[in-house]
Design a binder for this molecule. Sequence first.
Ligand code: ADP
Ligand code: MG
Length: 238
Amino acid sequence: MASIEFRNVIKRFGDVEVIPGLNLTIEHGEFVALLGPSGCGKSTSLFMLAGIYLPSGGELLFDGHLVNEVEARDRNVGIVFQSYALYPHMNVHDNILFPLRFKKTPREEALVRVKAAAELVHVGELLDRRPSELSGGQQQRVALARALVKEPQILLLDEPLSNLDATLRLTMRTEIKSLQKKLGVTTILVTHDQIEATTMADRVICMRGGGIEQVGTPDDLYLRPASLFIAGFIGSPP
Ligand code: ADP
Ligand code: MG
């Protein structure tokens, strides 16, 4: 059974249909990228997986179960936002702990999990710091630890590297990719950067205007682009 299935999923904001009918299946442990220009519906699709937006129509399934009406806190997903969205008044430890508050995890187990998640992304030494005392890269790692602390069935990443400098971006691409393989968690990366998508993901979903233009491996996209749009987008600088 697939990890995620979009069956003709529609999203409207008022009268505007942003996603007219998305069909996509993602297998367990897969790392897929949603790639496309700004405004094509990548974040909207990701936010429907997170439960931040609920679909306006169609069916969204996790492990074969319909989740259309399941709120964010009741879904077993972790998300990293472009801005990291750490709580500025909390130290690193409490930021990472935060998602467990809704899960009624026993305190001792929660502390072990926070430590493990922090060490996984190499911020184990920074637990007492506030977000304002961290570099951009460290904040990004904390956001990743916070997303992983629940041991989510699905990891969602919305342009997680776009605020990092070029060198750090390269390091984090490799680190996130190997972390994903190690954990085996189904992962969806949203990006407008074709290099990021093709170097990190097993499969790339190219979006345009709220729909899917092509789905393929990185090689498929480079060697067999389905349209001039794809060829132009894949071939252009990010
Ligand atoms: P991307 O992440 O690919 O840049 P988005 O999914 O953020 O694109 O946006 C897709 C379209 O949906 C855009 O036209 C955007 O203005 C619109 N949109 C996104 N969120 C909302 C919202 N909460 N209310 C109204 N329109 C929205
Ligand atoms: Mg976006």
